[in-house]
Unconditional design. Structure first.
Length: 422
């Protein structure tokens, strides 16, 4: 999105920062409320699929709209158009994502099974990212690039999103997520938007494992958000080939399809926290090595990017596999609220990543352009691109490792024996 704004719509980097950040701030605000609605649905209907369905069928409208900017608009008006459509898409995605994150705690009480469930989820997610991240630019370029190319890409990706999200809904429909009597039904504590915030923040205060895990996940979301937002700039300005983005995405995401079973088996033997630590260290080392692009840009980067991809798979898998354990230990009656706050924090982290990149480019004199016209950039901006792709992600993940040391895992046996309040 950042590259689309600055190098296709000619939106200045500072204004593009607002376009990226504002919808994400909205997402952060509404996610806890969506979590409360999800708990309300689970309490009344035993499932969380109604909100997921609404999100699935409405997301393509806003998503395609982001790339359907009318011709002739000034950069400022184009930025406004994208912001409105981005807000619509963000709202739809929240309706799907928040209850989806809460599902694993409802679907199984097995400590190990949750890791396997998340393993499949991350593998499918990696495949989707690979198809979109690598195939999207190919679709764009096949249509001649520019606004028309991005529009075709948006339509294709929206169709994939619709199919994947509806497939998920159909896959869990009919399964009673919350057993009868497992969640309090007193009218005085029925879900509301305010209760969504209250329950999420109460869990953040009262459940140390949730607090530590959330901080770790957000720091790592910022790190990956920075790296992913910088990838197109690295391809264009560091490697000198816009098409190199496809290979960067393949190198970063494809390993997840291969190593997910290995990460799952490693976690079964050594535990999820230790596995997350190993994945994080590997990612930080691989990312930091990419700083050498400042002096020696070249195809060698695909090796450390592939190592980062192996680590990224674990960094996605283990926090999401640990979250249901924490939710169950805290009481599944507020699983939606906890997942709502989790999703809000993740969204904020992922939004902060591109925002950091755009601000860094702005202060180093990056020159925006229109219709994929590549302009000569100042040396400071070129160096900033490499730093954002290497040093910043490594530092953020390093800080997350310091926080992770405070995590105390709920006992697997105790987690499975906990009964939610009635």
């Amino acid at each position: 999105m950042a590259y689309y704004l600055t190098d296709t719509l000619a939106v200045p980097a500072l204004l593009a920062t607002l376009v990226v950040v504002v919808p994400k701030v909205w997402d952060v605000l509404i996610d806890p409320a969506v979590g409360a609605l999800s708990d309300h649905e689970a309490r009344d209907r035993g499932t969380r699929t109604r909100l997921m369905t609404v999100g699935a069928v409405t997301l393509p409208v806003g998503f395609v709209g982001m790339f359907a900017v009318p011709e002739g608009l000034s950069p400022a008006l184009a930025a406004g158009w994208v912001t409105v459509c981005f807000l619509l898409a963000t709202t739809s995605f929240s309706l799907f994502q928040v209850p989806y994150i809460a599902l694993p705690a409802d679907l199984t009480d097995s400590y190990a099974e949750r890791t396997r469930l998340m393993g499949w989820r991350i593998a499918v997610l990696a495949l989707a990212i690979l198809l979109v991240g690598a195939g999207g630019p190919a679709v764009r370029d096949a249509a001649g690039g520019g606004v028309a190319g991005y529009l075709l890409m948006g339509v294709v990706v929206a169709a994939m999103l619709l199919g994947g999200m509806l497939g998920t809904v159909l896959g869990v429909r009919g399964h009673r997520s919350v057993p009868h009597g497992a969640v309090a039904t007193d009218a005085g504590i029925r879900s509301s938007a305010l209760r969504g915030y209250r329950e999420g923040l109460t869990a953040l205060r009262d459940v140390p494992a949730y607090r530590v895990l959330l901080v770790v996940f957000v720091l790592q979301a910022v790190a990956t958000g920075v790296m992913l937002a910088t990838a197109q700039y690295v391809a264009t300005y560091t490697l000198g080939q816009q098409s190199a983005l496809t290979f960067i995405f393949v190198a970063l995401v494809a390993p997840a399809l291969l190593v997910m079973p290995l990460w799952t088996r490693y976690a079964a033997r050594h535990g999820k926290p230790r596995s997350l630590t190993l994945a994080s260290v590997l990612f930080a080392v691989a990312a930091l090595s990419l700083v050498a692009l400042v002096w020696a840009p070249g195809a060698w980067l695909y090796l450390p990017v592939s190592l980062a991809g192996i680590a990224y798979a674990g960094m996605q898998l283990f926090p999401l596999a640990m979250l249901p354990d924490v939710i169950t230990s805290a009481g599944r009656g507020r699983g939606g609220a906890m997942s709502g706050l989790w999703t809000a924090a993740e969204t904020g982290g992922l939004a902060l990543g591109p925002g950091i990149v755009l601000l860094l480019l702005s202060v180093t004199g990056f020159r925006s352009s229109a219709a994929d016209t590549v302009v000569t950039q100042p040396d400071a901006a070129l160096a900033a691109i490499v730093v954002a792709f290497s040093v910043l992600p490594a530092v953020l993940v390093g800080v997350s490792l310091l926080v992770l040391r405070r995590y105390q895992e709920p006992s697997p046996v105790a987690v499975q024996q906990i009964k939610d309040p009635v």
